[in-house]
Design a protein around this ligand. Structure first.
Ligand code: C2E
Ligand code: MG
Ligand code: MG
Length: 341
């Protein structure tokens, strides 16, 4: 597309992309107003499928939009009604199986639908801007919880929308202040999609956070562009290897070569590594052998409610003081939404 060609604006190369929605007349609509609405829905769809593309209107887009509006309305209500919950998944040191910290994961306790996982609402929250108040709540709740437990760090996921918000740094500062949590115990997890569009802007924000003493992790590494220049120019302390690679370990697969290379690369740059989605003892053995630093996955425990954290910590400590670095899962009650599934 001609539009996608970069152009020169006072010496800077500027990239523009366009999304296109198409309505066909008279098949889709018989009047101008309706035609525009159909084209608009198709445009919305094109944007949500990654931008820089086009979509033709289809009647199903109407019901999709309706569903999204319903979720949005429900989510606003849920925020008011305090239906959001924060659960915490343990992370362990790979060599000793000692507890190394927790990742905060948001859930929605829906009065009819039960416990809704982030996959069912984060998207809508991001598109509507509701992720800003939700993200603030998550950050505050996570830091408050971590300030109450002994020493271990807490990881919090940040949406690209939050990272682009001018309020972020002020919010982080205020939350650290109010909770009294040492900044070095807070790790923020960031996905690559935030970095793609504006690398310089991203660098600025990340450096400001580093200046506060916070740690930064690149989440789901290997699934997006995984540009090595991100690792060179951005101040990440940790890479989280996406669980799709971990799931394919075993049997001399390509995944083994990839994971090995990521760990070597990270360590060469002085960056720590965490493998996500570790579910069995073979994966554990391999990841230990190749020097992965931290492991997270159902093998060590699912996300638990804040009330179950003390028990998780106790079990983990007892296990280690009993001299066991066996890959024994930390005995914690399963996430109810996942139980049996
Ligand atoms: P993530 O940050 O990569 O979090 C890890 C996800 O993998 C979690 O799913 C976790 O429950 C799941 N997981 C952990 N161990 C295993 C395992 O052994 N096997 C399998 N199959 N899965 C495992 P969850 O809680 O559904 O969260 C999904 C994603 O939603 C997160 O991926 C994160 O990107 C996003 N998310 C969660 N909480 C928040 C939040 O507070 N704010 C934002 N912006 N995003 C969030
Ligand atoms: Mg994460
Ligand atoms: Mg991840």
């Amino acid at each position: 597309m001609a539009i996608a060609e970069p152009f020169d604006l006072e010496g800077q190369a500027v990239h523009v992309n366009a999304s296109i929605g198409v309505a066909v007349l008279p098949a889709d609509a018989d009047e101008a107003d309706l035609a525009m609405r159909c084209a608009d829905l198709a445009l919305y769809q094109a944007k949500s499928e990654g931008r820089g593309t086009f979509r033709f209107y289809a009647p199903a887009m109407n019901s999709e939009l309706q569903r999204r509006r319903d979720t949005e309305r429900e989510l606003r209500r849920a925020l008011e009604a305090q239906e959001l919950e924060l659960h915490f998944q343990p992370k362990c040191r790979a060599d000793t199986a000692e507890l190394a910290g927790f990742e905060a994961l948001v859930r929605w306790r829906h009065p009819e639908r039960g416990l809704v996982m982030p996959g069912g609402f984060i998207n809508v929250a991001e598109r509507t801007g509701l992720i800003l108040p939700i993200g603030e709540w998550v950050l505050e709740e996570a830091c408050m919880a971590a300030a109450r437990w002994p020493g271990y760090p807490v990881s919090v996921n940040l949406s690209p929308v939050q990272l682009r918000s001018p309020r972020l740094i002020t919010t982080v500062r205020r939350v650290l202040d109010r909770s009294g949590l040492e900044p070095s115990r807070l790790e923020l997890e960031i996905t690559e999609s935030f970095l793609v569009h504006d690398l310089e802007g991203a660098r600025g924000v990340l450096l400001e956070m580093k200046a506060l003493g916070i740690r930064l992790a690149m989440d789901d590494f290997g699934t997006g562009y995984s540009s090595l220049s991100y690792l060179q120019s951005l101040p990440f302390d940790r890479i989280k290897i996406d669980r799709s690679f971990v799931a394919r370990l075993g049997g001399a697969t390509k995944a083994e070569a990839i994971v090995r290379a990521i760990i070597t690369l990270a360590h060469g740059l002085g960056i720590a590594t965490t493998a996500e989605g570790v579910e069995d003892a073979d994966q554990l053995r391999f990841l230990r052998e190749i020097g992965c630093d931290e492991l997270q996955g159902y093998l060590f425990g699912r996300a638990v409610e804040a009330g179950a954290i003390d028990a998780t910590i106790n079990t983990a400590q007892e296990r280690v003081s009993a001299g066991s670095s066996r890959p024994v899962p930390v005995e914690v009650p399963a996430d109810p939404a996942l139980a049996g599934g």
